[in-house]
Design a binder for this molecule. Structure first.
Ligand SMILES: [Fe+2]
Ligand SMILES: [Fe+2]
Length: 275
């Protein structure tokens, strides 16, 4: 009998939903409640997804023959399918965004693409997987925020909210897959923590790089008003990062597992809204 390697709760189904989103109209505007900085921040996150999600798929797929638990094997397949659709939708999002607003996709994606190329050649596969497990946790923490904090998307464009919340739900469903594969192949705690420290810095850098380019093209890079509203958007009372420190830090605990934070209620609520 094969050993149990998946720790996603049995009642959680990882369901790929092949959705298509029409964002052409919304992306012409500051769709996040007319807020220049908040819109640029989300748009800059989107820029990192196509390359990032392909990297996640590859780093998990590398170990597919080492996994014996049929449940985890199945979850890996669902994870690949979900990330492949996210990747496709964000690619379209990013192309439209650049067309509509005059941003340069190569300037936005270039540094990340070059770094990924370097990592692929020079970083051991196990460490790449540790990086994926770390970024999947960052994504899951933000996904909880996107679904749990109903104030976050108030007055945002409904087509954009639908895309971000759909993505958030699927991130929550598969949040433990890369982590469980990493554990199954005997990845160390030390490497996992180091990967989180590195990934946090790099992802923040990547998003700020995107925000900078977008604000520059919009002629608002040096506007104190925009940066002040940015600080409020990130750290204010209703800020994006408010309440995320504790769940973020949990990753550094020795006995951490993503499902110690039970997301099933948020997933169920979203599913009900879809009916
Ligand atoms: Fe994703
Ligand atoms: Fe993911």
């Amino acid at each position: 009998m094969s050993e149990n390697q998946s720790y996603t709760p049995d009642q959680v189904a990882i369901q790929p939903r092949n959705r298509q989103h029409d964002l052409a109209d919304a992306l012409t505007r500051d769709w996040m409640r007319n807020d220049v900085f908040a819109t640029a921040w989300f748009n800059a996150m989107s820029i990192t997804f196509p390359l990032g999600e392909q990297f996640f798929i590859n780093s998990v797929r590398h170990y597919r023959d080492r996994i014996t638990d049929p449940k985890l094997k199945e979850e890996m397949q669902q994870f690949f399918s979900q990330e492949a659709v996210h990747l496709r939708e964000h690619k379209r999002y990013n192309q439209l965004l650049c067309e509509q607003r005059g941003y340069d996709l190569e300037t936005l994606e270039g540094p990340l693409r070059r770094r990924m190329g370097w990592v692929k050649k020079n970083v051991p596969a196990r460490e790449q997987l540790a990086g994926t497990a770390a970024v999947e946790h960052l994504t899951a923490v933000l996904a909880e925020k996107a679904l749990g904090d109903h104030g976050l998307f108030t007055d945002a464009d409904p087509a954009m909210v639908a895309l971000w919340q759909w993505h958030a739900v699927e991130e929550m469903e598969h949040k433990a897959v890369a982590f469980d594969v990493y554990r199954a192949i005997g990845g160390s705690e030390k490497m996992r923590r180091a990967a989180m420290r590195r990934s946090t810095l790099l992802l923040t850098w990547d998003i700020l790089h995107g925000v900078r380019h977008m604000l520059k093209c919009d002629g608002k890079l040096w506007s104190p008003k925009v940066w002040l509203s940015g600080l409020r958007f990130l750290f204010g009372k209703q800020g994006l990062l408010r309440g995320t420190w504790a769940p973020y830090k949990a990753f550094f605990r020795e006995d951490f597992h993503p499902w110690q934070e039970d997301s099933s209620e948020l997933i169920a609520q979203w599913q009900l809204q879809q009916q």
